[in-house]
Design a protein around this ligand. Sequence first.
Ligand code: NI
Ligand code: MN
Length: 219
Amino acid sequence: MGYLKWLGHAAFELRLDDRIIYIDPWISNPKSPIKLEDITKADYVFVTHEHGDHLGESIDIAKKTGATFVSIYEIAMKAQDAGVEKVIGANMGGPIKLDGLTAYIVPAFHSGLPTGVVIKGKETTIYHAGDTAVFGDMALIRELYSPSIALLPIGGHFTMGVYEAAKAIELLKPDVAIPMHYNTFPVITADPSELSDLVKKKGLTTKIVILNPGEKYEF
Ligand code: NI
Ligand code: MN
């Protein structure tokens, strides 16, 4: 049984096919339910882009657990220079073969070498959109990888808001969408129930799962 645990902001702990994965682990975010000391085991750490609220404590986590750091090449090289032993510096394009899992770095529209990531295991396929605007090629992500679970920013100002995230869901057609990157600080205040309403109005079947920081969605 796998799960996604929201750690506040864009940070998630993922258990997929018995691997423990952290995505954009800014563990010192104001809503985080855990501290860096609480993390003792990890197999992979993914970082979507180099903004501090996504890079977070990823390098510390990789160093203390021996996890493999996976990101776009330039960020992976910085992690290596900072002392991370196992890094995979990849890029947007085709499959990145991990031990039993496959990852795909996909485009995102934002600043700071932005990407999203698709992580495909036997149990499910997850798309973490990173920080991004909505873009038409989310339909291509759907066509190529059919993610079952989409993690989408809804806070506005720096990323999509709820109106744009509803359009993203229309393009991605995931079974489940989990909103993120909102209510961390006042400028990205959003009401995730508005996303549920908009998705219903569009007649889409995607289930919006609203987590509180520390809560898990099991799959
Ligand atoms: Ni950013
Ligand atoms: Mn951000």
